[in-house]
Design a binder for this molecule. Structure first.
Ligand SMILES: NC(=O)c1ccc[n+]([C@@H]2O[C@H](COP(=O)([O-])OP(=O)(O)OC[C@H]3O[C@@H](n4cnc5c(N)ncnc54)[C@H](OP(=O)(O)O)[C@@H]3O)[C@@H](O)[C@H]2O)c1
Length: 232
């Protein structure tokens, strides 16, 4: 039985991925912890102040703490109704990744919403077939950037090309040499790096003068040079 929500709150039946960094302890949080950072689901109950906008059964997505739960109470202002073309599972698994990519593209790298088609900036996306990498490649290529993706297998490189990367480099090869070759020796304008320690030194060799390296995470391990937890 659902409890009535607080004013302006919705009670949601949720579908949330489990954030592994909190589970492994890489990201610290006070215990006991209900983990979860993003979810999608359906409205189980709504406070009368927001019920007309969110009738029971409305499918929604949201970013909020403690989302890894069967039922979650969330302020209506933080909830996004889902359009018909987006399934609940798609929303649950892609909100944080997609918004991460958009934020880093616009606010960290300062890339505009549209750049000249075909002549846009050279951008290198590491782990281009991973979750966040997939978003980077799609958004950047749609903007008109010249996207080079790295991935650890031919199959993953194919995925990155299918998502819009104009060039791919197998990350088991000499990535620095290949990227220099692709860019005529200039290097790239922007690098989005979610791998971390294993790729950072190479980034400094592949980025062009006055270019930008954006560290978006640490898939391998924490960053070198004390950069853990910061976008730089
Ligand atoms: N998921 C999010 O919402 C989110 C939000 C903010 C930041 N981030 C950061 O973005 C990065 C990627 O996250 P993700 O969610 O896209 O992860 P993911 O889907 O698991 O992708 C990670 C990719 O990193 C590559 N990789 C290279 N070395 C690895 C290693 N030792 N262990 C695991 N993966 C390795 C793999 O691609 P290859 O096999 O092609 O090398 C893998 O596909 C992480 O640094 C994460 O902290 C993620």
């Amino acid at each position: 039985m659902c409890s009535p929500p607080h004013p302006n709150f919705l009670l949601l039946i949720t579908n949330s991925p489990l954030p592994s960094y909190f589970r492994t302890g890489l990201y610290k949080a006070p215990l006991p912890l209900i983990t979860g950072k993003e979810a999608a689901g359906t409205v189980a109950a709504a406070h009368p102040s927001v019920a007309s906008r969110f009738p029971e059964g409305t499918r929604v997505g949201y970013l909020a703490d403690h989302a890894y739960a069967a039922l979650t109470a969330v302020p209506a202002a933080r909830v996004i109704p889902l359009p018909d073309g987006v399934t609940t599972k798609q929303a649950a698994s892609s909100l944080l990744q997609g918004l991460t990519a958009l934020t880093f593209i616009r606010e960290a790298a300062g890339l505009a919403n549209s750049v000249p088609q075909g002549g846009g900036p050279w951008v290198l996306v590491h782990a281009a077939a991973g979750g966040v990498g997939t978003w980077f490649v799609q958004v950047l290529s749609a903007m008109g950037a010249r996207v080079i993706g790295t991935a650890s297998s031919p199959e993953k490189c194919e995925v990155a090309r299918g998502n819009g990367a104009g060039w791919t480099v197998n990350s088991r090869e000499d990535v620095v040499a290949k990227v220099k070759e692709i860019t005529g020796g200039e290097g790239v304008d922007v690098i989005f790096d979610g791998v971390g320690k294993a790729t950072f030194d190479g980034d400094l060799e592949m980025v062009r003068r006055k270019g930008t390296v954006v560290m978006v995470g640490n898939a391998v391990s924490t960053h070198p040079y004390g950069l853990r937890g910061h976008a730089c």
